[in-house]
Design a protein around this ligand. Sequence first.
Ligand code: PLP
Length: 493
Amino acid sequence: MPTTSKTLGAPAAALDIPLDIALAPEAGDSQPSRVHAALRAAILGGRLPAGLRLPSSRALATQLGVRRNAVVTAYEHLLSDGLAEARTGSGTFVAAELPRGPALPAPAPTLPPPTGSKPFALGRTHADALLLRQFSRLLRHHLTEPDPAHFGYGDPRGSEALRAAIARHLAATRGIVCDPGCIIVTSGMQQALRLCTEVLLQPGDQAWMEDPGYPAARRILQSRGTTLIPVPVDAAGLDAAAGRALAPAARLAYVTPSHQFPTGVTMSMARRIALLDWAHEAGAWVVEDDYDSEFRFAGPPLTALAGIDGPGLDGQGRVIYIGTFSKTLFPGLRIGYVVLPPALVTPFAAARAVMDRFPPSLLEGALAELMTSGAFAAHLRRMRSRYRTARDLVAEAVTRAAKGCLTVTVPDQGLHLVATLPADLPPTAASDIRAAAGTEGWLLSETRLIPGGADGFVLGYSGHSPAALKQAAARLGAAAEAYCRRHAAALVK
Ligand SMILES: Cc1ncc(COP(=O)(O)O)c(C=O)c1O
């Protein structure tokens, strides 16, 4: 470690040093901590040079107006820090060798803010009072009658109880029949996809990515050096024939077949079969992100892709299914899961173990009980109704205010809808309108890998109050209408 120059020959007499213990509030209220913090800052800041003799504890205590014992304790602390030295019979000295470290912590860089909370910000859910009461009761129970599992290291796949509860939920709602041993509980879909990239891909490997598609998934794939192949999405979902033409030997395809993000389309059965056929032929993996299927507002629940994939010639399925509690409960829970073909369980569990060992057992225990008690299913029913109302409210208010300038697609499921602008507007139109309306949510253009096509808004309607949504929808529609009117007028001139 670099050191300042030695000044052992410096005067050894006690000094009346300028110290202000009021300037060290971070040290707390205790006198010894404040005296220590002030001395430490003065030494590291160079105001007390190496080798300087410190005043006697009595003299410094008088100067600072503190108990003598506080100075004695502070000096002992400096001695154990290595910032001071005791010389028998001569007193306490600033150490001869000092680190050049700064007295104050360097300021942290400013990071972009996380998802906001303004109307239409995506990824928010309703803070339901009943759910939170039920969940806190379960958490309290797990603390007052703790499971021995909390006090040791667990299975990297997560607790057996939660995996069994997830398996039952998937069989009942998604047509997926799986052994709970093939489920790994993860920190959201984010970690599940990250595990897929670590275990299944080498840097440079090609992966099909829906275009437009989920930006976070794109970033995860890119973070491992994956070559993204943008595969177009139309009214029938990802076009596997186009994917084959672009990159037949890709190793993986990331898809949201039940409710494509952001367009909201459902992948047709013909497209699903085409995708699975390609995956089996190419020996590629299909990663199905089934992020919001619990919120289906009309029609029967759709069977997941993982529910229709059968074993190929190699005896195994090619679909890796990812689910999350970020939509059904709340994102701060950070719990999701991945359902794996049996052959992938061992490598995924090993990769998860070196990443962060295993999921938080306390949350898992409470969540497993929430699911088995029926409270989770009841919460989904309540939220389905709440979010359907929110969807209708936004669709209606934005359509009315936009006076034909926005085309609103009302989805059959999920927590967001898309409102599209006319195709002939300038490239900054959507961001200008969003800024004028004071709303959040993504622009359609922000979800595209290949720029082009009409821009528009991806509007999240969950986790915002109905009043805020209504006002924001009216503002956004009006801002879009005003923009289109000005643009048309400018063209006429
Ligand atoms: C397409 C999609 N997948 C997954 C998620 C959830 O991610 P996570 O489980 O990491 O919170 C979201 C959240 O907004 C999403 O939009």
